[in-house]
Ligand binder design. Structure first.
Ligand SMILES: CC(C)(COP(=O)(O)OP(=O)(O)OC[C@H]1O[C@@H](n2cnc3c(N)ncnc32)[C@H](O)[C@@H]1OP(=O)(O)O)[C@@H](O)C(=O)NCCC(=O)NCCS
Length: 151
């Protein structure tokens, strides 16, 4: 079973940090105490995490990571959708993130568009989605009409 859990800004992140450390090798950025963190469990195992915070006039998403053994099961997609839902529920005007360029396609699936490459190198790409372009309706472009999710 897949479950999601939210951690409000300032809540202890003891369940989240091991996932982040396993994926990124680092735990706590400065903006963590200001962030909403989400954690996704696969059969009770904390397997995916991500966070969203407000900074310099925009919501920022970061540290989306899935444990290597749990990739390819839709958990990264779910974590990103949870974070975008949080942005929507805060009436976000725009949401920004920085990503390695090779992951741009993962974020583009949900409408993020690439900005200019970061100064000083092409290691990081900044991507953005306007708040009113966030579309979390997975059925809209799906041709399958008899799917139980539509009922
Ligand atoms: C990127 C990452 C979060 C994806 O998680 P995941 O659970 O394996 O992805 P999902 O199974 O949810 O994939 C959802 C969809 O995205 C696609 N996708 C996954 N990785 C992709 C990539 N690098 N580029 C393009 N599409 C990608 C999948 O094919 C899938 O498409 P489908 O729905 O058409 O089948 C995971 O690979 C990861 O943790 N990477 C390392 C951490 C990292 O660099 N994070 C980004 C920092 S902001």
């Amino acid at each position: 079973m897949v479950q999601g859990k939210w951690f409000a800004p300032g809540q202890p992140l003891g369940e989240v940090l091991p996932v982040r450390e396993a994926v990124f090798g680092a735990a706590g950025p400065e903006s963590d105490p200001l962030s909403w963190n989400c954690l996704v469990f696969w059969d009770g195992v904390p397997a995916a995490a991500g966070r969203i915070w407000w900074q310099d006039g925009a919501f920022r998403i970061g540290d989306i990571g899935v444990l290597p053994d749990y990739r390819g099961r839709g958990l990264g997609d779910l974590a990103l959708r949870l974070l975008l839902f949080k942005a929507q529920s805060h009436a976000a005007r725009e949401v920004r993130l920085k990503t390695p360029p090779e992951l741009a396609g993962f974020f583009a699936r949900l409408g993020f568009r690439a900005g200019a490459p970061e100064e000083g190198g092409a290691e990081t790409l900044e991507m953005m989605i306007p708040g009113d372009a966030i579309d979390l309706d997975t059925c809209r472009n799906c041709p399958r009409q008899d799917c139980p999710s539509r009922k």
